[in-house]
Design a protein around this ligand. Structure first.
Ligand SMILES: C[C@H](CCC(=O)NCCS(=O)(=O)O)[C@H]1CC[C@H]2[C@@H]3[C@H](O)C[C@@H]4C[C@H](O)CC[C@]4(C)[C@H]3C[C@H](O)[C@]12C
Length: 325
């Protein structure tokens, strides 16, 4: 499972938790403006916006899991098995494979209204990257530095673009159902609950935090959706970058999957391999990994963004202990 959010305390932070049982050897990859992006059914994109995110470098082609561009637009693909549908090629349409969708959008759009315009002629096609790497069933959260976000789902009945009032996405079911499900949690609150039960019973609030007692705690995608939306809406908005980045990671880590809790095979457990976030206003990329909880930083502005070569950084995974004596 995965969770993606846009958090807007002052600047805007976009990213995700990547939850899975196996790692692909992904890296932080900065794609500069003059890297030649090839598309299977569309002309090459020789010049485009620079982007930073997590990707698998497949023979010098960055297969992005999630990324943000220099204009402050971010995009993440999350598993959507059973629902994601990719279509046949259509004449006159922009025919894009699912693994090309992130660079197609981030290469040329600056904000959500441009994305909506671009998607008017979009057709996602059923194409594998290679024989060994089949297309993944995904849906996408896309957000910009105004804090606006949309969800794109390509279902059996066609493509849906939803305005996203909560600024988060997890996995199944469809986004519209995830939103509807929030109805069931309307009474969750950071405040102590009032006794609406009966004035015949003395309820003295034996513990702090009773207002969030019914917040779902499971690893499943519906529980994480409710939990991350609630935690994000109630997170503090601070003044400094450090405080806001710290709060951002508290939100993502509140839905992280601890190893051992989500069994997907006889001896296999899904867990949060990394959590990342880009400051969309400043182009600074932050991440933590399951074993390295220090916040690591790659500042896109420190790179030569006019280059034509991918810039890669290994994800740091070595535990970082600070011995005080
Ligand atoms: C599995 C990842 C999503 C995480 C997630 O939602 N996990 C939930 C798993 S489940 O519901 O519980 O089964 C997705 C996100 C981005 C995906 C990758 C990117 O789309 C880039 C390429 C695309 C290629 O077609 C397949 C390999 C791949 C490298 C993808 C592998 C995998 O499907 C990734 C890493």
């Amino acid at each position: 499972m995965c969770t993606s959010i846009i958090f807007s305390p002052k600047d805007h932070y976009f990213g995700r938790n990547l939850d899975l049982e196996v790692s692909f050897g992904q890296q932080v990859i900065v794609t500069p403006r003059n890297y030649n992006f090839k598309f299977r059914k569309m002309p090459d994109m020789k010049k485009h916006f620079a982007m930073v995110g997590i990707a698998l470098n497949a023979g010098n082609y960055p297969l992005y899991f999630d990324a943000a561009n220099e204009k402050g637009l971010g995009m993440a693909g999350l598993n959507y098995p059973g629902n994601a549908t990719y279509y046949k090629e259509k004449e006159g349409k922009d025919n894009i494979a699912s693994f090309e969708f992130v660079p197609w959008v981030l290469g040329q759009c600056s904000n959500i209204s441009e994305v909506k315009e671009l998607l008017k002629n979009f057709n996602i096609i059923d194409l594998n990257f290679s024989d060994k790497m089949e297309a993944s069933p995904l849906h996408w959260l896309i957000a910009d530095k105004s804090g606006t976000s949309i969800v794109v789902e390509t279902d059996k009945d066609g493509m849906h673009i939803y305005d996203n009032p909560v600024g988060c996405l997890t996995n199944n079911p469809q986004f519209s159902k995830q939103l509807f499900n929030l109805n069931n949690y309307a009474d969750i609150s950071p405040a102590m609950p009032k006794n609406n039960f009966s004035d015949k019973v003395n309820m003295d609030g034996y513990s702090r935090g009773l207002g969030s007692r019914n917040l779902p705690g499971g690893m499943d995608s519906e529980s994480r959706f409710v939990r991350v939306a609630f935690n994000k809406f109630n997170a503090p908005h601070c003044e400094t970058e450090e405080e806001n980045v710290d709060n951002y990671f508290h939100i993502l880590h509140s839905v992280e999957q601890q190893r051992g809790l989500d069994q997907v095979g006889p001896d296999a457990f899904e867990y949060t391999i990394y959590s990342d976030g880009t400051n969309l206003d400043k182009g600074i990329f932050y991440y933590t990994t399951y074993t390295n909880k220090q916040i690591n930083v790659v500042d896109m502005n420190k790179e030569d963004l006019d280059s034509d070569k991918l810039i890669t950084y290994e994800l740091l995974t070595k535990p970082n202990f600070n011995h005080q004596n």
